[in-house]
Write a new protein. Structure first.
Length: 364
């Protein structure tokens, strides 16, 4: 495909779109790198299309107007100061989610091919309902929230009179209350560590639970972040940008030493076990989910037990153990006590501990 090439960065295959200088200077498109093949196949043709539209004169330099499609508005928005001021992780989330929004089939075309001035409350309602039907309430609400940011921008440049997405009543998303039981965790580790093919995903899950961390941060862990002399592990969190230092203790320490003996010829602690070419790489989300599903099936565990819930389980256990908020933040990397609120509400063990402490105080 034009302006596109595949490359390998840090052992991982990536797809690079190189925007022509004149097109980039006009603010019509920008060079981008994708580490997800499916996303690359979806997004790169759009970028190529923008180049062609600019070269043909259908898109004018740095402008959007009544002629503009939603894909043009999005591209214009990501070149604004509003967008540049967002954190890098937020920009990446916006581009990923908005790409899904633009690709949604609606009224015999994709949403990205709809004229901005044709976007109204009915279209937004149909979009939202389709997102709910095809996915989940949580993802639909995320799409609506981020698309609303772009539509608010369209209002600010007087392309729309009001934001039609703001008129859509969202469904309430009830977060899952499911967490892992101690027995389920033990069964997961027992079965997983007994299989070489499942060992890496099992160790990843073990560390998510032991250290209350997200799978993506454990998957990117390198041997240079472990110090067995001081028994210290340093994790750099992707979402919050926090750096946390955690103790390496038994039995996890022995597991990690065994892992190092088997895998220290390459960079990552828990790489995908099948190399690309001659290099091993970080497990992406799809590979993690696939391996973790295989692990759950082998261990005969419930399908609703998710890898990401191991972090939640660990934090809830810290709360129930009576660890104060600052102590939990030192482990989890949360930056404020408020962000811990979802984990600190209404646990049976927590309530029992609190009532027990009150009774002890009454008798003192």
């Amino acid at each position: 495909m034009k302006y596109t090439r595949q490359d390998v960065v840090n052992g991982k295959k990536v797809w690079k779109f190189t925007c022509p200088r004149d097109v980039a200077a006009a603010g019509v498109a920008k060079s981008q790198t994708f580490d997800d093949g499916r996303l690359a196949r979806f997004e790169i043709p759009k970028l190529v299309r923008l180049v062609e539209l600019y070269r043909s004169g259908d898109i004018k330099e740095g402008t959007v107007g009544t002629h503009s499609l939603m894909v043009h508005l999005l591209n214009h928005y990501i070149h604004t100061d509003y967008y540049r001021q967002l954190a890098g992780s937020t920009q990446k989330q916006y581009e990923s989610v908005l790409g899904l929004c633009l690709g949604t089939p609606i009224h015999s075309k994709t949403f990205g091919d709809c004229k901005v001035t044709d976007v109204n409350a009915k279209m937004c309602r149909d979009l939202y309902n389709k997102w709910v039907t095809d996915g989940s309430v949580s993802l639909a609400n995320t799409k609506a929230r981020i698309l609303s940011v772009v539509l608010n921008y369209a209002v600010s440049i007087e392309l729309l009179v009001n934001n039609p997405m703001a008129k859509i009543r969202k469904l309430r998303h009830e977060p899952t209350t499911r967490i892992w039981t101690q027995g389920e965790v033990e069964k997961l580790l027992e079965v997983g560590y007994s299989s070489f093919d499942l060992r890496n995903i099992t160790l990843l899950a073990h560390m998510c639970y032991e250290y209350a961390q997200r799978p993506i941060d454990i998957s990117r862990l390198t041997w240079g972040q472990l110090d067995f002399d001081t028994n210290c592990l340093t994790i750099r969190q992707t979402k919050r940008g926090a750096t946390v230092q955690l103790p390496i203790e038994e039995p996890l320490r022995s597991m990690l030493i065994e892992q190092q003996e088997a895998w220290d010829f390459q960079e990552y602690v828990v790489p995908h076990q099948i190399p690309r070419g001659s290099r091993y790489h970080v497990m992406n989300r799809s590979e993690m989910n696939s391996k973790f599903t295989a692990l759950k099936v082998t261990a005969r565990l419930a399908t609703d037990l998710q890898l990401g819930l191991l972090r939640k389980t660990a934090i809830v256990e810290l709360v129930e153990a009576g660890v104060d908020a600052v102590g939990i933040m030192n482990v989890s990397g949360h930056k404020s006590i408020t962000s811990l609120n979802p984990y600190m509400k209404h646990t049976l063990k927590g309530a029992a501990t609190a009532l027990s402490q009150r009774k002890r105080k009454d008798y003192e």
